[in-house]
Ligand binder design. Structure first.
Ligand code: NAI
Ligand code: MG
Length: 506
């Protein structure tokens, strides 16, 4: 097949070329043994945009070998932190230069509004690269006193090596940068496997990797089906670490493959069923606005989607009224239409999955107070849907839906609210809305989640760690914490004076 495809991007009104091969050693190459392709769809129109090469397990071997060679020769411990920093800043500048083009490509393949892709996903990705470029020459260990006379010890925070990075389709560029930036900063090399649903922007970013001047093999990109390329990376004996964002079920498989192969280090950022608590003292209008953002942002395809809301009895009716009218304002539509606040769901599979949950909610007796009706038009559009009168046994309350579907329950006491919030196997995000500072402090301490938002929701920052408790994950991304995921610590014990008498006189 051809190695580039021309894709018209509507807002810029031009065609951009995207290389469709596998990106290994700074070149786009065909598969060594497979003629499979991945078809990429526009979820707003259900039409095919492009086909790209689907990498095989053997292609993963080639990419891992390239990453290993780079690690041993041109990257890893062979390059200074400030040189890594310089290249990362260059890459950030190029992404900034091409932000509009990348955003349109993201919208075509993922569906999200162009402005969201450009100003939030890509804007945040540029910042993320610059944030970690700042860390690249500040990786320090410790010097440790051992006996004050003849010995000392120090630690080195060494790059862990070759990293497999498996990312999902909900934030293709953003998850790319969250994974790539800390790994590059400390000197790791990368085999990236983008989601088979949204591989186009990772391929376009690969062109910028070459232009920025990274040595061949530092970042490789192998679009592939999850059970093929993702599984091969997780089980690979020469991959030192695998970083993953996606479903809990796939996370489990990755950890198992790591355990059965070479015990590679694993970090997992998995699903959630994140609660928000609305206490009676809350500013209800603000709480409703943050709640709307929590469930409608990215059309609910968000690992921290605030998909369960519990409201204190005394303000329950009032809050529901405000929330329904707030969420009703959300415009779900084509990402190229400027009035759109949220795009379609990413795929037919996701569309069917979300409708399966809406139908289950109705069948289990929850009450629909907004949405819940099919459009019967082209495109995977689902309007925000709110259920009340739910109970803890319902599927819609227990399982991650990954669409704009919200369940609302009620509570009388703070104790009951915390128990409801924590009644889940997940622990990614949680929100609480209250103007009682003592309550905010108390409840934020009791919520079992890696991120707790107080009087806001879904806002992240590159310098603040992010990750899950319970079955929402292992490890932390962002902030200085993410550096730990990509380094391995070496302790050096240094003898400067002790003479060993052998045999030991005991
Ligand atoms: P998934 O977890 O299967 O896919 C995410 C990534 O994992 C993709 O790159 C995929 O190719 C890869 N993958 C799939 N099977 C693999 C395997 N056996 N070994 C290694 N890698 C593999 O998620 P999927 O099936 O696309 O979506 C299903 C549900 O997962 C969603 O409805 C949502 O609930 C959840 N999800 C959560 C995400 C998050 O941000 N936490 C992102 C995407 C999905
Ligand atoms: Mg899957």
């Amino acid at each position: 097949m051809a190695h580039t495809v021309k894709i018209p991007v509507p807002a810029l009104n031009k065609e951009i070329s995207v290389s469709t091969g596998l990106f290994i050693n700074n070149e786009f190459v065909p598969s060594v043994d497979s003629s499979e392709v991945i078809q990429c769809f526009n979820p707003a129109t259900e039409e095919v945009i492009a086909s790209v090469v689907a990498g095989s397990a053997k292609d993963i071997d080639v990419a891992v070998a390239a990453a290993r060679t780079a690690f041993k020769t041109t990257w890893g411990k062979n390059v200074t932190g400030w040189e890594r920093s310089r290249l990362m800043n260059k890459l950030a500048d190029l992404i900034e230069r091409d932000a509009q083009e990348l955003a349109e490509l993201e919208t075509l393949n993922n569906g999200k509004p162009v402005a969201v892709a450009r100003d939030f996903d890509i804007g945040d990705s540029i910042q993320c690269l610059r944030y970690y470029a700042g860390w690249a020459d500040k990786i320090t260990g410790q010097t440790i006193e051992v006996d004050n006379k003849s010995k000392m010890a120090f630690t080195r925070h060494e790059p862990i090596g070759v990293c497999g990075q498996i990312i999902p389709w909900n934030y293709p560029i953003n998850m790319w940068s969250w994974k790539v930036a800390p790994a590059l900063a400390v000197g790791c090399t990368i085999v990236m496997k983008p989601s088979e649903i949204t591989p186009l922007t990772a391929l376009k970013l690969s062109e910028l990797v070459v232009e920025a001047g990274f040595p061949p093999g530092v970042i490789n990109t192998v679009p592939s089906l999850g059970p093929v390329g993702g599984a091969a990376l997780s089980a690979h004996p020469d991959v030192d670490k695998v970083a993953f964002t996606g479903s809990t079920i796939t996370g489990r498989k990755i950890m198992e493959a790591a355990a059965k192969s070479n015990l590679k280090k694993v970090s997992l950022e998995l699903g959630g069923k994140s609660p928000q608590l609305i206490f009676e003292s809350a500013d209800l209008k603000q709480a409703a606005a943050w709640s709307a953002l929590g469930i409608c942002y990215n059309t609910g395809q968000d690992c921290t989607a605030g998909s369960r809301i519990y409201v204190q009895d005394s303000v329950y009716d009032k809050f529901i009224d405000i929330l329904v009218s707030t969420v009703k304002e959300t415009v779900i539509g084509d990402g190229f239409d400027k009035s759109t606040g949220g795009g379609p769901l990413v795929s037919k599979a996701q569309f069917d999955r979300v409708w399966g949950y809406i139908d289950a909610g109705k069948a289990e007796g929850a009450k629909v107070v907004l949405g819940g009706e099919r459009r019967n038009t082209k495109g995977y559009f689902v309007d925000p849907t709110i259920f009340t009168d739910v109970n803890s046994d319902m599927k819609i309350v227990k399982e991650e839906i990954f669409g704009p579907v919200l369940s609302i329950g009620r509570f009388k006491t703070e104790e009951e609210a915390v128990a409801l919030a924590n009644n889940t196997t997940y622990g990614l995000g949680a929100g609480l809305h209250s103007t009682d500072a003592s309550q905010c402090m108390r409840v934020s301490g009791l919520l079992e989640a890696g991120t707790v938002w107080v009087n806001q929701y879904n806002v992240l920052s590159n310098n603040v760690p992010f990750g899950g408790k319970k079955q929402s994950g292992i490890g932390r991304e962002l902030g200085s914490y993410a550096l730990e995921e990509y380094t391995s610590i070496k302790a050096v014990h240094w003898n400067i004076g002790e003479k060993l008498q052998w045999p030991l006189s005991l």
